[in-house]
Structure formats: structure tokens, C-alpha cells
Design a protein around this ligand. Structure first.
Ligand code: FMN
Length: 164
């Protein structure tokens, strides 16, 4: 990268603030690896392609969920409902807590757990892994979607959940 471009790089706090103004849905990405359930809260999620149906999530390089998704080669993107803010924080908390302890799950077609009460579950086979700086970009080929249209999605903006 040239010196001119480098000098325009934003301060981390400014970059965080700028990205925080983009309202995003909130998901919990889950997987099952060697019989162990893993999952973490992820707002960096997007659709990628209609044909074939592809989605992407970005997980930081030291994520334990990332470390399990790659060998499992399957994952589920659970899109959280408006009333699931506490679940978003539980699946973001670091430490040894059993994040699944208070949550009903069902096994999906790909082995990754579906969380009860979510708006949508998107079950995926791992299609590609790309470099994303301090994150990795996981592209998933969608195997099955399950949606509850009666539920409103949780929205994350400016560091908090939108009270809708
Ligand atoms: C609302 C919200 C959104 C988040 N989005 C992401 C994300 O897109 N990617 C990511 O790697 N971490 C994200 N996190 C942070 C992770 O959930 C957190 O670092 C977690 O402890 C990682 O767990 P793991 O190491 O077990 O995978 C988010 C946290 C919150 C509360």
C-alpha cells in the first residue's frame, strides 16, 4: 500500500464508530465438531450469491467457533429475534460458560444446531475461506433455510440493540 493511502487510514475508534452507524441483524453462528456444540454471536453476515445460494460470515482469527467450523465444514446461521438480545450477549461472552445451557436446540440437516426461537436458520456447507485481515471470511453454500415470518429480527446499531 502506498504511503499516501496509509496516511488516510482511520483511527480504530473512528472506524468502529463509522461501522456502528450501519444497522445490522444479529446472528449466532453454530457448529458441531467431534460431538461438541460451539456457537458465537456474529453481526458480520451477508448474502453473497443467489445461484448458487451463498452467504458469508466474518469471524475473528482467534474465535473458537471459527476453529470448529473449519474442520466441521458445516455451520448454521441463526438469525436472532427482537427478544433475543440476552442470547446475543451470552453467545458473545468469553470464558468457559456453557452458552447452550439455557437454550433449546435441534439438530439440523448438516449437524449444526438450530437455536429455538430464532427468526431464521440458514444451514450451510463450508464453500470457501478467505483472508479478512484480523478476521476470516467463511462462505457457506446454503443447504436449507427455515423462517418464522411471525417474528421480528433483532437489530444492532451504534453498539446497542434497536428498541423497535
Ligand atoms: C452484537 C455482537 C456482534 C458481534 N459480531 C461479531 C462478528 O461479526 N464477528 C466476530 O468474530 N465476533 C463478533 N462478536 C464478538 C464475538 O461474539 C465474541 O468475540 C465471542 O466471545 C467469540 O467467541 P468464540 O471465541 O467462542 O467464537 C460480536 C459480539 C456482539 C455482542
Amino acid at each position: 500500500m502506498s504511503a499516501a493511502l496509509q496516511s488516510q487510514a482511520p483511527e480504530p475508534a473512528d472506524f468502529r464508530k463509522a461501522m456502528g452507524s450501519f444497522a445490522a441483524g444479529v446472528t449466532v453462528v453454530t457448529a458441531c465438531h467431534e460431538g461438541r456444540l460451539v456457537g458465537t454471536t456474529v453481526s458480520a453476515f451477508s448474502s453473497v450469491s443467489m445461484d448458487p445460494p451463498l452467504v458469508m460470515v466474518c469471524l475473528k482469527r482467534d474465535s473458537r467457533t471459527l476453529a470448529a467450523v473449519k474442520p466441521a465444514e458445516r455451520f448454521c446461521v441463526n438469525i436472532l429475534a427482537r427478544e433475543q438480545g440476552d442470547l446475543a450477549y451470552r453467545f458473545a461472552k468469553s470464558g468457559a460458560d456453557d452458552r447452550f445451557a439455557l437454550t433449546a436446540v435441534e439438530a439440523g440437516v448438516c449437524g449444526a444446531p438450530l437455536l429455538a426461537g430464532c427468526v431464521t436458520a440458514i444451514e450451510c456447507a463450508l464453500h470457501a475461506v478467505h483472508d479478512g485481515g484480523d478476521h476470516e471470511i467463511l462462505v457457506g453454500r446454503v443447504l436449507r433455510v427455515t423462517t418464522d415470518e411471525t417474528k421480528a429480527p433483532l437489530v444492532y446499531v451504534r453498539g446497542g440493540f434497536l428498541d423497535t
